[in-house]
Each structure stands twice: as C-alpha cells, then as structure tokens.
Design a protein around this ligand. Structure first.
Ligand code: MLT
Length: 311
C-alpha cells in the first residue's frame, strides 16, 4: 500500500481522496526539517503548501519518495533540482488559485486607489477624515501587467468593465496575441513609464535579482502605484521604500515579501503602502481546489503512472 504525507495545513478533501483510493495518509503539520527527515523514508508521496521547505536534506533522506505535490503554483519552497536528481516528480496545481490571486490583486488596486485601509482605520477611531481622503478612479487608467500567465490574464479580464487601457510585458504573448485583443504587449520600460498601476504577475528571476530597482523609479509616473502579489524578491523592498519616501511614486500594495513570514520589513509603517500577509491565493474556494488537484495528481501518478502538472 502506498503511503503519503501531508505536511502542511490544507483542506481535508486531500486526505479523503487518498483514503478513497486506498492510499495510506498521515497529516503531520508544523514539523521541523529534522522531524521530517526522521519520518520521510516511510512515504511514497508528499503534499505541501508553502510552509514546508522541502530541502536537499529531506530529499536525501526520502528513500521511497516518488512524488512531491505543491498545493499551489510556486515551487520555490521545494529544491526541485535535487528532487529531479533523485528521480522524484515535482507537481504543482496551476490554475487552482488563479482567480483568487487575480481578485486579490484587483482588491489591492481598489484599496490603494481609494485609500480604503486609511479610511477604515480613521473612521473606526472616530476621526472624520472626509476632507483628507480623495481617491483616484480606476476607469480610463492604464494598467501595466508584468507577466501574462494565468493570473495576469485573469486580472486583465476582471478589469474589462472599467475601460482600462491594458499594457502587458510578456515574452510569450506574441504567439498568442490574437486570443487577447484587449491587451497590448510592450517593453518593460514602456510599461513602467506609461502605466498608472503596475501589477506584477511573473515568476521571480532564477538568480533572485529584483525586476524593479532604484533606476526604474526615475521612469515611473510619480502618480503611479505598484502592486505585487507574485513573489517578494521581484520588487526590491529597500528601493521601493526609498522611492515612496522620495515621492517617485504614489503608493504600493504588497502581498509577498523577500523573507516570509515577514516579522520585520523595511516597508512596515510606510503609510504609502498597503500590506497583506501572502494571502492572495487564500480563499475558501481556492484552498479546496488546490488540495483536490494535488491529491488527485499524486493518486493518479502512484496508481496509474499518469504525470500531470509536473515542473
Ligand atoms: C502560490 O504559489 O500558489 C501562491 O503564492 C499561494 C501560496 O503560496 O500558497
């Protein structure tokens, strides 16, 4: 009988799928690397979200492990080269949390444009800041989407009703441009210099280098806003903080950080930022879908050898 370890908190739908298919399953969350190393040799499969870091040491100790599934899109918490070297399949669940992430990006855009957190905070405190809260409308603005994968595409559809001019910076868009007549593919420099809102939906660079640094802020409109729901190291936080303080841009809304969990960060207390704790994909709906996808993918691989969504 195959045995699977679920090492992060997720919908119990995953556990039910394994049980239904007569795959033995243990749910053990919050384990340290050492604790996982002690038990991992018992398992044929492993399901993680983002909390478990599947390190090379875990992979070396995993004598029977054939497959690791990430209930989510990013696999930056898994040492994929080490897993491949040891003939383990790594899978993710693309699409499972696309809509959740795009909706959060949209919510952050509206929150930053209409100063919702500030309005909420001051109203709760009995201050009537009506005169000091003047928002900006999204309608007729230019939205720059960096990276046009599942989430970027979904965001472009979500804002359609606002008469927004949508610019995209994507290497792969050229070949599929006919499917997306509502967007225009432009260079990164053109996008950052002409957009009112710049939203990141790309992968982080392999070498970890940020995509947007100090030199770029000179090209950005001082009235522009940056939204990052992709990965923390895409936007250099120190440079972003400096640019905000120097009025080189109007504000930023950030869901992802260079170091997570973000217990301290240079952006904390910068009143021009809205910060959320990497929750763009965290909806009731998406957490069920990604758990279901991860468990079904592992089940189909262990029982039938079917490989889908491998990275
Ligand atoms: C993802 O990669 O799927 C999202 O960033 C959400 C998450 O980390 O769980």
């Amino acid at each position: 009988m195959f045995k699977v370890l679920i090492s992060d908190t997720m919908s119990n739908v995953a556990q039910k799928i394994f049980e239904k298919n007569k795959i033995s399953v243990d749910v053990k969350t919050g384990l340290s690397e050492e604790e996982i190393i002690k038990i991992i040799s018992d398992y044929d499969g492993m399901v993680v979200r983002s909390a478990t870091k599947v390190t090379k040491n875990i992979i070396l100790a995993a004598k029977k492990l054939k497959v690791i599934a990430r209930a989510g899109a990013g696999v930056d918490n898994i040492d994929v080269p080490a897993a491949k070297e040891h003939n383990m399949l790594v899978m993710n669940t693309p699409g499972g949390n696309t809509n959740a992430t795009a909706e959060h990006a949209f919510a952050l855009i509206m929150a930053v444009l209409r100063k919702i957190p500030y309005a909420n905070d001051t109203t709760h405190k009995g201050k009537w800041e009506k005169k000091n809260i003047k928002g900006t409308e999204l309608s007729k603005k230019t939205l720059g989407i960096v990276g046009f994968g599942n989430v970027g595409v979904r965001l472009s559809h979500l804002v359609k009703g606002f008469g927004v001019n949508i610019l995209v910076n994507s290497k792969s868009l050229e070949s599929r441009q006919k499917d997306f007549p509502h967007v225009k593919n432009v260079s990164f420099d053109k996008l950052i210099s002409t957009s009112d809102i710049i939203s990141f939906h790309c992968k982080a660079a392999k070498d970890g280098k940020p995509l947007i640094t100090r030199e770029h802020y000179k090209k950005i409109k001082p009235t522009a806003y940056i939204i990052n729901t992709a990965r923390g190291n895409i936007v250099d936080e120190k440079d972003l903080n400096a640019a905000l303080n120097e009025n080189l841009l109007a504000g930023a809304a950030i869901d992802v950080y260079s170091k997570e969990p973000a217990k301290e960060n240079i952006l904390f207390n910068n009143t021009k930022t809205i910060l959320t704790p990497h929750v763009a994909a965290s909806t009731k709906e998406a957490s069920i879908v990604v758990a279901e996808m991860a468990a079904s993918q592992i089940t189909n691989f262990l029982l039938k050898g079917t490989k889908i969504n491998t990275v």
